[in-house]
Design a protein around this ligand. Structure first.
Ligand code: SAM
Ligand code: DTB
Ligand code: SF4
Length: 329
């Protein structure tokens, strides 16, 4: 009898591009259109081919400079243009950042991410951040910063300080970008990512769902991330945290299954990348998070606070890891 492996028989090859082929938006959209069980199964298969399915990477996140940002990102509590509850705070002292990094390490984080509400860093600011990177790295943590757009030469300064990852999200589809942000262009984001890559720093880039974008917009963003050569090593998928006072405060939430499909699409199109279940976990049930891990998410922010909003707390995360039998990376 001619026996076809059930695994192969279930693989919908119509949506699988040959290796080294670019993902078209339509091919990613076709993933979104699959029956959910087929999509989840395929995502889990890809996940198991590339990662330990029971291990999740944990990054701590801290805001090293808060609020007062010149940019008009419609989702952000830190834009100076919107009246939000976020209070401005100047760039932190290196010792204070270091104390937070020690705590994060003691709690079990493996990476320490530092975020600043800047359009981009000035030279003096970059020197201070470089010092933070050196000292955090010396504690034995991986380092990540997100400082906005970089100018020529700045990425190599960060590399020289020992930076492991630079976070710079595409945030949304190029075609939807100007509905959300007008003070800089989608192409500027791509340019900074190229500079980071050029300097030999690992790229962390993803986006936000639930800003009123269409499924096609979501598929286009996933395709664009997947077509970066190579794709980002880390892909944060944020569920919009609606901030009172921002233009997106009342936006309709993205459907949970649509969010899940986006995680699966990221996993399938970027098989070797860590996919981070990022902002929005506080509002998710344990069951929803478990489904996201099944769909291929294998990284989280592990800290009680994100930049300005609450994260799912570390004690809830520890309990969830225990319940699901997950191991930290
Ligand atoms: N200013 C820098 C920049 O924009 O690249 C770095 C900090 S910025 C706050 C980092 C990322 O946080 C944004 O690109 C966006 O993806 C995410 N973010 C900000 N506010 C958010 C919100 N309310 N909900 C979900 N994600 C958010
Ligand atoms: C990312 O993709 N998400 C993080 C991190 N990179 C810097 C930020 C989430 C911010 C959520 C809203 C806030 O706390 O202000
Ligand atoms: Fe500024 Fe970044 Fe917020 Fe945009 S997302 S307003 S650049 S801090």
């Amino acid at each position: 009898m001619n026996s076809i492996s059930p695994v192969l028989a279930l693989r919908p090859d119509a949506t699988a591009p040959a290796p080294d082929t670019r993902w078209t938006v339509s091919a990613v959209e076709a993933l979104y259109q699959m029956p959910l069980m087929d999509l989840l199964f395929r995502a889990q298969q890809v996940h198991r081919e590339n990662f330990d399915p029971n291990a999740v990477q944990r990054s701590a996140l801290i805001s090293i400079k808060t609020g007062g940002c010149s940019e008009d990102c419609s989702y952000c509590s830190q834009s100076a243009r919107y009246k939000t509850e976020t209070e401005r705070e100047a760039l932190m002292q290196v010792e204070d950042v270091l104390a937070a990094a020690r705590e994060a390490k003691a709690r079990g984080a493996s990476r320490f991410c530092m975020g600043a509400a800047w359009r981009g860093p000035k030279e003096k600011e970059l020197a201070v951040v470089s010092q933070m990177i050196r000292e955090v790295k010396a504690l034995g943590l991986e380092t990540c910063v997100t400082l906005g757009m970089l100018k020529e030469g700045q990425a190599s300064q960060l590399k020289a300080a020992g930076l492991d990852y630079y976070n710079h999200n595409l945030d949304t589809d190029a075609e939807f970008y100007d509905k959300v942000i007008t003070t800089h262009k989608h192409a500027d984001r791509v340019d900074t990512i190229a500079q980071v890559r050029e300097a030999g720093i690992k790229v962390c880039s993803g986006g936000i769902l639930g800003m009123g974008e269409s499924r096609r917009n979501r598929a286009a963003m996933v395709a664009q991330l997947a077509n970066l050569n190579p794709p980002p090593e880390s892909v944060p998928i944020n569920n919009l945290v609606a901030i009172p006072g921002t233009p997106l405060a009342e936006t309709e939430k993205v459907d949970s299954f649509e969010f899940l499909r986006s995680i699966a699409a990221a996993r399938i199109t970027m098989p070797k990348s860590f996919v981070r279940l990022s902002a929005g976990r506080e509002a998710m049930s344990d069951e929803m998070q478990a489904l996201c891990f099944f769909a291929g998410a294998n990284s989280i922010f592990y800290c009680d606070k994100l930049l300005t909003t609450n994260n799912s707390g570390t004690s809830r995360d520890l309990a969830l890891f225990e319940k699901l039998g997950l191991r930290p990376i």
